[in-house]
Design a protein around this ligand. Structure first.
Ligand SMILES: Nc1ncnc2c1ncn2[C@@H]1O[C@H](COP(=O)(O)OP(=O)(O)O)[C@@H](O)[C@H]1O
Ligand SMILES: [Mg+2]
Length: 243
């Protein structure tokens, strides 16, 4: 069963200069997929276009069976798309609890407290200090709060843009342990990562984006051979989609 699919998606900031130049792939329910690629390849632009934060110029995005192309980010959250952007993903001047309460406003009022409690169960580090300012948290805790905000509405699909960026190796481990638990809970994961080693350990399939187009789509096992990845990143070789 399909969780998310892109068909010939074109997107960017200027219609005459698309950054995402016709990308197609399908992610099955429960799958964990990573999106790799050099800096400037268009990974963030693509994931933001899917999440309703960058204009789509052509093609289609489907969430499950529904065509969600060009919907606003709010409408997409309501339809079950969770997105954790790379930056500005929490309100630093509000407390942990307030950050979750804002995200909970999308839920029916009677459900809110229970979902916040569920997030505190899932992220005990956050549950231990609900009144602490989000701006006072460590980098890893901030990423967990950002993930908790996105997971509060129980989205079937969660997309994250470089959740390990700027974190120490220990915190990267914590964030990936959390992502593994989220994946094991059945959430479909789409993860943009620069930390190739961590990403390949978590996900079963890798897409490589080079200059706004897919250069590779296949099982992560094929990419443990660093040569192929290097060639793909440097653009010397293009592999037919194989998944
Ligand atoms: N807000 C923006 N306005 C215009 N161009 C942008 C914007 N954000 C990114 N770009 C351009 O889009 C291209 C792809 O960037 P990005 O999607 O951030 O790539 P990646 O995430 O793979 O590093 C780059 O050339 C970048 O300069
Ligand atoms: Mg990026």
């Amino acid at each position: 069963m399909t969780a998310l699919s892109l068909t010939n998606l074109r997107a960017g900031y200027d219609r005459d200069l698309p950054i995402v130049k016709g990308v197609s792939f399908t992610v099955n329910k429960g799958e964990a997929v990573c999106i790799l690629g050099p800096n400037g390849a268009g990974k963030s632009s693509m994931i933001k276009a899917v999440a309703g934060q960058v204009p789509c110029f052509g093609g289609q995005v489907r969430l499950g069976e529904a065509d969600v192309t060009g919907l606003s980010s709010h409408e997409l959250v309501r339809k079950g798309m969770g997105f954790v952007p790379q930056t500005e993903n929490i309100f630093t001047r509000l407390t942990i609890l307030e950050n979750l309460q804002i995200a909970a406003q999308l839920l029916p009022r009677p459900d809110r407290a229970a979902r916040i409690a569920a997030m505190f169960d899932m992220f005990p580090d956050l549950g231990a200090r609900p009144r602490e300012l989000a701006g006072a948290l460590s980098g890893g805790q901030r990423q967990m709060l950002a993930a908790a905000r996105a997971l509060l509405t129980e989205p079937p699909v969660l997309m994250l843009d470089e959740p390990s960026a700027g974190l120490s190796p220990k915190l990267v481990g914590q964030v990936f342990d959390t992502l593994r638990r989220i994946s094991e809970a059945g959430v479909t994961l789409v993860l943009v990562e620069q930390n190739v080693r961590a990403a390949l350990a978590l996900t079963s399939r890798a897409l490589v984006l080079v200059d706004g187009q897919l250069a590779h789509d296949g099982p992560t096992s094929a990419l443990h051979d660093g040569n192929l990845l290097g060639e793909l990143f440097l653009g010397h070789r293009s592999v037919e989609a194989s998944a």
